[in-house]
Design a protein around this ligand. Sequence first.
Ligand code: TXA
Ligand code: MG
Length: 331
Amino acid sequence: MHSGPEEIAEGVRRLHAGRLVAFPTETVYGLGADARSESAVAGVFRAKGRPAGNPLIVHVSDAAMAETVVAGWTPEADALARAFWPGPLTIVLPRAPWVPNNVTARGDTVGVRCPDHSLTLALINAFGAPLVGPSANRSGRVSPTTADHVREGFDPDLVFVVDGGPCTGGIESTVVDLSEGQPRILRPGLITGEQIGHVLGREVGRAGASQERSEKGVLRSPGLLEQHYAPVTKAVLVSRDELPAFRAKSARLVVITQAVQGLMASEGDIVLPRDVHGYAAGLYAALREADAKAGGQGLIAIVRPEFAGADSNSRGIAEAIMDRLGRATAP
Ligand code: TXA
Ligand code: MG
C-alpha cells in the first residue's frame, strides 16, 4: 500500500524528533534525516555503517530551497535545475556555512538534488527544511528500489518507511560538480553528460573511477570507489559466448540476462528488458533476487547487456548502467 497523508505526518513527526525516515524517489529510496541536525545526520551514518568520509546529498523541494543550502547559486546551476528538476540530477556547489560538517564529510562542497516523487516533495514541504538522503541500504550494498528492500535492511523502529511504490528510474542520480572550473560528471546516471553540456553550452568532463582511485588523497567523490552497489554473492560480468562454460562449471549459478538473449535463457534465469530505461529500472531488484537465489554461496553471472536504441541518450544511460555493473562485479 502506498503511503498517504497520515504516513507523511508521521514522517514529519519523526524528522522533528531527529529520527530516520526512508523516502521514495524516481531513482532509489533515500534514508532521510533533518539536514540541519548534526546528530540526526550522525544517525544516518550509524544506521548505514557508512564511512564518515563519504558525503551525503541534501534533498530539497525546489531551487529556492537549494539556494539556501549552497554558498553561491550560479546561473549554470539554475539552468540545470530548470531543465532537470525535479529529477535525477545532483548538483555539487560550495556549501552554505550552516550545513553540518558530517553532511559534507568536512568538505567545502555540498550536493543538492530535488527528487521527482510527489510523496517526498510533500514530505520535504511539510517538514519545511531539506533532508539528507543517501540510498537507503547498508553501506556498500545494493540500493533499494522498493519499500520492501528498505525494510529488509533496517529495523522498523529505527527507520520509518514512506512507501511510494517501486522506483521508476532504478539507478542513482547523475552527480555533476559545478564547484570548479569545468563542470564534471562525478557519477553517471539517467541524465547524461551530453544533456548537461547541451544546457550549459559547454563541454562537460567525466571523472573516471580509475582516476579517483589513483588520486586517493584528493578523492572527489568517494561514491566513485568501486565495490559499491555490490550483491553479497560474488558476481561476474560475462559475454554471451562465455555463459555456457559458466553454466557447465558452476553448481549454484544465477544468470541475469536480457529478453533479447532469451534464446539461451534457462529456467530460473532473471530476465531484464532490452531498453536502457527498463534495464535500469529492474537492475537492482534483479541483483537482490539473484542474491537471494544464490544464497551467498553460488555465483551470479550477468550477461553483458546489449541495448536496443543507438541514440546518444541511450548510449549515455548505457554508460551509467555499465558503471553500476562494473561496481557490482568488482573483485
Ligand atoms: O539518486 C540518488 O542520488 C539517491 C536518492 C536517494 O536521491 N541518493 C544517493 O545517495 O544515491 P548516496 O549517498 O548513496 O550517493 C551519493 C553520492 C556518493 O557517491 C557521494 O560520494 C556523492 O554522491 N557526493 C555527495 N556529496 C558530494 C560532494 N559534496 N562532492 C562530491 N560527491 C558527493
Ligand atoms: Mg548509495
